[in-house]
Write a protein that binds this ligand. Structure first.
Ligand code: C2E
Ligand code: MG
Ligand code: MG
Ligand code: MG
Length: 286
């Protein structure tokens, strides 16, 4: 009886796993074709100054325009890109495409020299031998204004090899690239890295921001992260700000910048330009 049950359980488990693996393989094939057929696109989410409400930059976010399923969010496919290694090619494409867009905006005078465009870099991409060379070559081919490109890395990047991470970051810093620590607070013991890594900014994960209007513990956490970050001389960015109450709180805490639906969801390049020029018009007539 017990044995019977045990065997069923194992079969069930195996079927489940096989199912998962085949779905992963299917998606891997789809992603390969999507990359070849250029079905990936970039969208841009403005980063806003909590005091002046000015746009200080943007984050580049990847989208997959599926012929039948429509626009697919990275949460569903980044993990597959990462495990399959496809993230190396797609990530390099994202970097190049973001630099081309940035340069075009700079050439048109839309993008101010004190604004930064942030690109997400996956752990596997960051740790790849040759990553630094690829980035330097990209900047040679697409000469953007120095100090206008930022890279968002997560604590997952750091964990593996701190010395190597510091070396990569320092080398790229000399190319004018700044670094932001993304999803801050969700990973491991981030605090000890903070004083060693050459990061310019901390991005407080949206899971901490969500409940600050009614959760005292989250309020204390966010206020403490902001205070600590500021004392360390870092810029602080709040992610996922969706309403005025959250914005008022983080502004009171001294958080410099925010992103979130309250200001704007990620939008396509044309819409982002509209946002930029609308804000510009507003501030010049004010
Ligand atoms: P992330 O870098 O932490 O990006 C923030 C995510 O929060 C984005 O999801 C954004 O659309 C979403 N978001 C922004 N404002 C709000 C808000 O007010 N409320 C809520 N609920 N969500 C908000 P998205 O675009 O689905 O991206 C998810 C994750 O996928 C990103 O998290 C990032 O880790 C990864 N990702 C996106 N693009 C790339 C890429 O080009 N390369 C790599 N390696 N990873 C990427
Ligand atoms: Mg990010
Ligand atoms: Mg984040
Ligand atoms: Mg996140």
């Amino acid at each position: 009886q017990v044995k019977e049950k045990g065997r069923d359980a194992i079969e069930f488990f195996n079927e489940d796993m096989a199912d998962k693996v085949s779905r992963q393989l299917l998606m891997e094939g789809d992603l390969h074709r999507a990359f070849e057929d250029r079905h990936f696109e970039l969208c841009y989410q403005p980063k806003i100054d909590t005091e002046s409400a000015k746009v200080v930059g943007a984050e580049v976010l990847l989208r997959w325009r599926h012929p039948e399923k429509g626009l697919i969010s990275p949460g569903e496919f980044i993990p597959v890109l990462e495990t399959s290694g496809l993230i190396l090619d797609v990530g390099q494409w994202v970097l190049e495409e973001a630099c081309r867009q940035l340069k075009s905006w700079q050439d048109q005078g839309i993008w101010q020299d004190d604004m930064r465009l942030s690109v997400n870099i996956s752990p596997r991409q960051f740790r790849r031998r040759g990553f630094v060379d690829d980035v330097i070559r990209t900047l040679q081919q697409i000469p953007i204004v120095p100090h206008t490109l930022d890279m968002e890395i997560t604590e997952g990047v750091v964990i593996q090899n701190v010395e190597e991470t510091i070396f990569t970051m320092t080398t790229l810093s000399t190319q004018g690239i700044s670094f932001s620590l993304d999803d801050f607070g969700t990973g491991y013991s981030s605090i000890s890295y903070l004083k060693r890594l050459p990061v310019a900014a901390l991005k407080i994960d949206q899971s901490f921001i969500r409940d600050i209007p009614h959760d005292r513990n989250d309020r204390v956490l966010v206020e403490t992260i902001v205070a600590m970050g500021r004392l360390l001389g870092l810029e602080i960015v709040a992610e996922g700000v969706e309403n005025e109450t959250q914005l008022a709180l983080i502004r009171d805490f001294g958080c410099h910048y925010y992103q979130g639906y309250y200001a704007s969801a990620p939008v396509d390049a044309a819409t982002f330009v509209q946002i930029l020029t609308a804000v510009e018009a507003q501030t010049t007539t004010a």
